[in-house]
Ligand binder design. Structure first.
Ligand SMILES: CC1(C)c2ccccc2-c2ccc(C[C@@H](CC(=O)O)C(=O)C(=O)O)cc21
Ligand SMILES: [Zn+2]
Length: 328
């Protein structure tokens, strides 16, 4: 299978029960592109040249130029890298078993393990904010990013500051299970291929997120490989949008949009760099509220209840008492 002459095998994608449509792939010069971004709708931009200077960021180049520091690497015994917030484990002293292991490694060590990695071995996910410890060549590459274009996007959409550029290096077949983030994201694909499946914030009731106080806050409870329809009946009605990103592609991933990400199996390792922006002031609120705003409202209610009740186990019963027989 090829798209624009690129090589990946659709037959290698994980098959799921729900339907999807394609995310539009547009030139950054197409007026529809800026309209979709202004409407907080996902779009793949094929020619921004946003990180063109990073096209050479393969393992050898990174090993030579990234710097002597330690890098955060997650290890998983299966394909999934479900994010968890370590601070919430302590805060609510939950007996929570982390699904992945986090270790610090030198880059040469990670690169060596990745070169020798074989299917069946522990999968690895290097995830590290780019910082000023990188070598001079990478500083030059970074300065050569298309900052004009992205600065215009930030300005025109009234976003807040760039909070981080996360460098991501994943082994083939890695899955980042469906979750949402509270920041705007331009996701730049540098090496290898990644399949994104996106769901709008309106799918909140179909994806059954963990409670806000849970270490898996912002992640769905639904395992796409074994969806428990008895526990999560509305998941049956879900539909999404998907795209495969290859080198040079940039996905606009709007804040609060759910996303499942897989590094294409049996292919090459993947190198990506995301650009996370805080949202700007909300400006004039119009009604009815949009899906993402209702997600923020629900988050605030859960946080307030934990603050007020102190015991997280009291939040569910109180919400049930509030709703059952009165709003249902
Ligand atoms: C799974 C992993 C390594 C992780 C572990 C522990 C804490 C944080 C994270 C984290 C954060 C972002 C990504 C990149 C991307 C998903 C993808 O590309 O796989 C994504 O979700 C986004 O750009 O918003 C991946 C990860
Ligand atoms: Zn994310």
């Amino acid at each position: 299978m090829s798209e624009n002459g690129k090589t990946f095998e659709e037959s290698h994608f994980h098959l799921y029960d729900f339907p999807t449509v394609s995310i539009p792939r547009l030139s950054h010069l197409n007026p529809d592109t800026d309209r979709l971004i202004s409407e907080m709708k996902p779009v793949v931009l094929t020619d921004t040249e946003l990180v063109a200077s990073a096209q050479k960021w393969n393992l050898d180049y990174l090993e030579k130029n990234i710097g002597p520091g330690s890098y955060t690497v997650y290890l998983s015994n299966n394909k999934k890298f479900k994010y968890f917030d370590e601070s919430k484990i302590r805060e609510h002293n939950l007996n929570f078993t982390p699904p992945t292991e986090r270790i610090e490694m030198k880059f040469w060590d990670f690169a060596e393990r990745l070169r020798n990695w074989k299917d069946g071995e522990k999968r690895m996910y290097l995830q590290q904010p780019l910082n000023d410890t990188v070598g001079k060549n990478m500083v030059d590459d970074f300065l050569s990013f298309n900052w004009n274009w992205i600065a215009r996007q930030k300005k025109e959409n009234n976003w807040g500051p760039l909070t981080s550029n996360l460098l991501l290096i994943s082994t083939p077949g890695n899955i980042t299970p469906v979750h949402y983030d509270e920041q705007e994201n331009f996701f730049a694909q540098i090496h290898g291929y990644k399949r994104f499946i996106l769901f709008s914030p309106d799918c909140y009731d179909k994806l059954y997120p963990h409670p806000v106080w849970h270490p898996h806050d912002r992640q769905s409870q639904v395992d796409f490989d074994v969806p428990q329809y008895d526990k999560f009946p509305k998941f049956h009605d879900i539909s999404g949008q998907e795209a495969v990103l290859g080198p040079g592609d940039v996905l606009y991933l709007p804040m609060y949009w759910w996303h499942h990400v897989e590094t294409v199996q049996h292919g090459d390792y993947a190198v990506s760099l995301n650009f996370w922006y805080k949202s700007g002031p909300s400006g004039k609120i119009t009604y009815p509220l949009q899906g993402f705003q209702k997600m923020a409202v629900m988050r605030n209610i859960e946080k307030m209840l934990v603050e007020t009740l102190k015991d997280v186990n009291e939040v569910g019963p109180l919400l049930q008492a509030l709703v059952e027989g009165r709003y249902t």
